[in-house]
Every structure is written in structure tokens, then in C-alpha cells.
Design a binder for this molecule. Structure first.
Ligand code: UD1
Ligand code: MG
Length: 453
């Protein structure tokens, strides 16, 4: 049976105190709504409709995805009214699941459990038991069966004592939902059209409403302010780290690592404290990431070691490389296997060949470095003339002395040696020593000036 998913995202989110609409607030780099959309896709929704209101243009612009249908709720008259806005385009005959755009941690597993345990012609609400249910809708059961929901503001003293609350996630046969939403009133404490009133309507019509429990309160927590956002971030990080540990990834401290994007790890990977991994990162077998590293959109080959305090972005290494401490690999840095990049070295848009070493205080940009090259301390590829970028090419086995400036475009031959301190502006031939250096001179009669009395 086809599944339509309606995601409510029209609320303003005033408590965020942000110019950014609430559902665009980032959780692990991704907008809250993005997490909900991923989950909706993961459970195989045939139709996804986002009900938007506040900040609508910005929200739509952030998700140009073709599989999303957008429904405007110009005025926020309640959750029932919000779902009603989505109904005109919702395919008849199937089931509709309502999700909230600000509940990002709900797992696909839980939704699947809800779907699997509800016959096609019945209804379900996802509930959870809270020690402090203040503010939430209470699930009222009779003889164990769900009969209605009562909002906190409308609840009697006795109803307020109920700890089982409505998470907001609801599943209903679409045709029945359309009919029941049309009949909703707003005669309640908040003057809103409550989606939750559909529960009692279903029971009146003899349709069973299943109350299915979520895995944990964290899973169904709504995000309303920056504190809840930070709490959700920690909860999500913990889930991610736990999943990685189950797959064999080692962490010095599972509470002190941030995996903000997608992390793909081989076996025997170890990650030390304060590693921040963003975007799409792939760590090969045996990779070790030291403390205080930021790695974004990178692929690190097997057995590569990243020592502490490196910044790696858009880079790729082969097997068995050694990076840092304090190294920076920028976009387009490609290291062949067995390359060493040491402290205070920056490499951008360059290929570095097998076994080459760039160990200290060096800038390599727009360069093609062969295999077995040794780049001395303080070497700089002068790649930019103020207008254009130019290339430096260094042949296999070359030895670049310390403090060399390679003024691009320039070429260093195979097995060439460049004397320390040279400023190279012309090609240096294979197998020879090339120097560009003023003659050393000692002034025989020079004396240090003395302090005047
Ligand atoms: C709702 C439920 C309550 C449940 C709680 C869980 C109703 C009547 N109540 O209450 O039973 O315990 O969520 O958090 O459904 N929204 C719109 N348009 C609107 C109103 C809301 O899009 O007109 C969206 C909001 O952006 C939000 C979600 O719906 O994502 C829930 O709205 P909210 O105002 O937080 O509902 P509650 O009153 O907290
Ligand atoms: Mg709420």
C-alpha cells in the first residue's frame, strides 16, 4: 500500500531567536528538516509533502529536491489545519504518516515498526512515556486501547497525571484522514484545529488506533531552542559513535568526537579526542587520527597516520602516509602512498608522488611532485603572480634544499638538486646541482658599532 508522508514545518520557531527558520537550524551540519526528509525517504514514502509557512522561500530554496511537494499554510491555525493543507495533492487510497519537521532523531526503524504493526485500514499514534509530561498531549486509553488524546491545556487534573504522551507522529488511512480533517473544529483552549482530535473520531467510527511506543524520549524530542538543539546534537553524535564502535572503530573517548557528515571506516581505525569529521570522509583500514584534527571531505588511505592538530579538507592520501602534526591539506591535495607531510606545511591542488617528503614549514600549491622527492624546510612554490596561478613541476628523486622559492611556472628535473636559499625562475636540469645565490662575502675590516658615551 502506498505511503504518503506529510511533514509539518510551518511553525515559526521563535524560541530559536534566529534569523534562520527553525527547520533549517543545523544538526550535525544538516538542517533539521533534512534529517526528517532522509528518514521519510528511508521508509519508502511514495509522496512527501512539506507544509511550510514561516520562512517558506528560504526553506524551499534549501531543498530543491524534485521529490518534495510543498503546501503552504499561510496562517498557523493548528496541526490539523496544517495537515489539511497537504491533502489536496496527497494520493488517495494509501496511508498517510504525519511527521514533524523539528523532530529530527526519529529513526526509520521506529517508523517501520509503526507501519508494520498497523493494519492498512487502521490508525496508529507514536507515543512515549515521560517522567515530566508537562505541555504535551496525553494519550487516554480505555481497557488498554487508545481512545483519544487530550492536549495539556485542555486536560483535567486526572488526565494531567497520564505519563504517556503523543509524540505527534500519526499514521492514518489517507481517505479517512481527509474526511476526518474536514470535520475538525477548533473549540478548545487554544482555538486551534488539533490533528490529535482525529484519534477520537477514528474510535467513534470503529477504527482501531494503535498506540505504539517510541524507543526513547530522545528519539522523539522536538527542537525548539538552542539548548534542545545542542542536546540533540550530543544524542545524535552518541548514536553515530555507538554504531561505528559496533563496526569496530576505536575511539579514545566516544564523547569527545564529532561526526558531522558521513564517515566510512575500514577495519582497525582509531580516532583520538577532539576529532571533527565533516562532509564525506573515508578512512581506510588501520588509519589513525590523532587528537584535535579537523577532516572534511577527505579520503585517507590504509594505515595513514594523522598526527595531532591538522586541518584536512578536500584531500586524498594513498596508503601509509604520515600527516602532521600541524599540517594543512587543502582541496586538491593528492598524496601517493608513503608520503610524509610534516609540521606547518600547507599543500593545495597538488600531486605528491610515492615516498616523497615535505616535512617542515612549506607551501606547495599547484604543483606536480614526483616520487622520492625531498622538499626541504621553508620551501615555497610561488604559484601566484597576483593575477594567475602557475604550475611547478618537480621530477622524481629531486632534492630541494631548504628555503627555496620556486617561481612558477618552473620545472625541476629528475634527480636534480636545488641549493638552499635559491630562487628558481628557470628550469633546473636533471641530475645536476642548480643554485641561485649571491656569493657569500665577509667584510674583513667591519667592526660592531659601540654605544656612544
Ligand atoms: C503537538 C501535539 C501534542 C504533542 C506535541 C508533541 C497537536 C494538537 N498537539 O503539540 O499532542 O504532544 O505536538 O510535540 O497536534 N505546526 C504547523 N502548523 C501549525 C501548527 C503546528 O506546521 O499550525 C507544526 C510545527 O511547526 C511543529 C509541529 O507542527 O513542527 C507541532 O506543533 P506545535 O505547536 O509544537 O504543537 P504542540 O502544541 O506542541
Ligand atoms: Mg511543540
Amino acid at each position: 500500500m502506498s505511503l504518503s508522508i506529510v511533514i509539518l514545518a510551518a511553525g515559526q520557531g521563535k524560541r530559536m531567536r534566529s534569523r534562520l527558520p527553525k527547520v533549517l537550524q543545523p544538526l550535525a551540519e544538516k538542517p533539521l528538516l533534512g534529517h526528517v526528509l532522509d528518514t521519510a525517504r528511508a521508509v519508502g514514502a511514495g509522496d512527501i509533502c512539506v507544509v511550510y509557512g514561516h520562512g517558506g522561500d528560504e526553506v524551499q530554496a534549501r531543498f530543491p529536491d524534485e521529490d518534495i511537494r510543498w503546501a503552504l499554510q499561510a496562517e498557523q491555525l493548528g496541526t490539523g489545519h496544517a495537515v489539511l493543507q497537504a491533502m489536496p495533492g496527497t494520493p488517495a487510497g494509501g496511508r498517510t504518516l504525519v511527521l514533524f519537521g523539528d523532530v529530527p532523531l526519529l529513526s526509520a526503524d521506529t517508523i517501520e515498526r509503526l507501519l508494520d504493526n498497523t493494519p492498512d485500514d487502521e490508525m496508529a499514534v507514536l507515543t512515549v512515556d515521560l517522567a515530566d509530561p508537562t505541555g504535551y498531549g496525553r494519550i487516554i486509553r480505555e481497557g488498554g486501547m487508545v481512545v483519544r488524546n487530550v492536549e495539556h491545556k485542555d486536560a483535567s487534573r486526572e488526565e494531567l497525571r497520564v505519563n504517556e504522551i503523543n509524540t505527534g507522529v500519526m499514521l492514518c488511512p489517507t481517505d479517512l484522514l481527509k474526511r476526518w480533517l474536514d470535520g475538525l473544529g477548533n473549540d478548545n483552549a487554544q482555538g486551534e484545529y488539533y490533528l490529535t482530535d482525529v484519534i477520537a473520531t477514528a474510535v467513534e467510527h470503529g477504527v482501531t488506533v494503535h498506540g505504539i511506543k517510541a524507543r526513547s524520549p530522545e528519539e522523539v524530542a522536538g527542537i525548539n531552542d538552542k539548548q534542545q538543539l545542542a542536546e540533540a546534537e550530543r544524542a545524535l553524535q552518541q548514536l553515530r559513535v555507538e554504531a561505528l564502535m559496533r563496526r569496530g572503530v576505536g575511539f579514545a573517548d566516544p564523547a569527545r568526537v564529532d561526526i558531522r557528515g558521513e564517515l566510512d571506516c575500514g577495519s582497525d581505525v582509531f580516532i583520538d579526542v577532539n576529532a571533527v569529521l565533516e562532509g564525506k570522509v573515508t578512512l581506510g583500514d588501520g588509519v589513525s587520527v590523532g587528537p584535535n584534527n579537523l577532516i572534511r571531505d577527505a579520503v585517507l588511505g590504509a594505515d595513514t597516520v594523522v598526527h595531532s592538530n591538522c586541518h584536512i579538507e578536500g584531500a586524498e592520501t594513498g596508503e601509509n602516509c604520515e600527516i602532521g602534526p600541524f599540517a594543512r591539506l587543502r582541496p586538491g591535495a593528492r598524496l601517493a602512498p608513503n608520503v610524509k607531510v610534516g609540521n606547518f606545511v600547507e599543500i593545495k591542488k597538488s600531486n605528491v608522488g610515492d615516498g616523497s617528503k615535505v616535512n617542515h614549514l612549506t607551501y606547495i600549491g599547484d604543483a606536480e611532485i614526483g616520487a622520492g622527492v625531498n622538499v626541504g624546510a621553508g620551501t615555497i612554490t610561488c604559484n601566484y603572480d597576483g593575477v594567475n596561478k602557475h604550475k611547478t613541476v618537480i621530477g622524481d628523486g629531486a632534492f630541494i634544499g631548504s628555503g627555496v622559492e620556486l617561481v612558477a611556472p618552473v620545472e625541476v628535473g629528475r634527480n636534480a638538486t636545488i641549493g638552499a636559499g635559491s630562487t628558481l625562475t628557470r628550469p633546473a636540469p636533471d641530475d645536476r646541482l642548480t643554485l641561485e645565490r649571491a656569493k657569500q662575502f665577509t667584510h674583513k675590516s667591519w667592526k660592531r658599532p659601540e654605544k656612544k658615551k
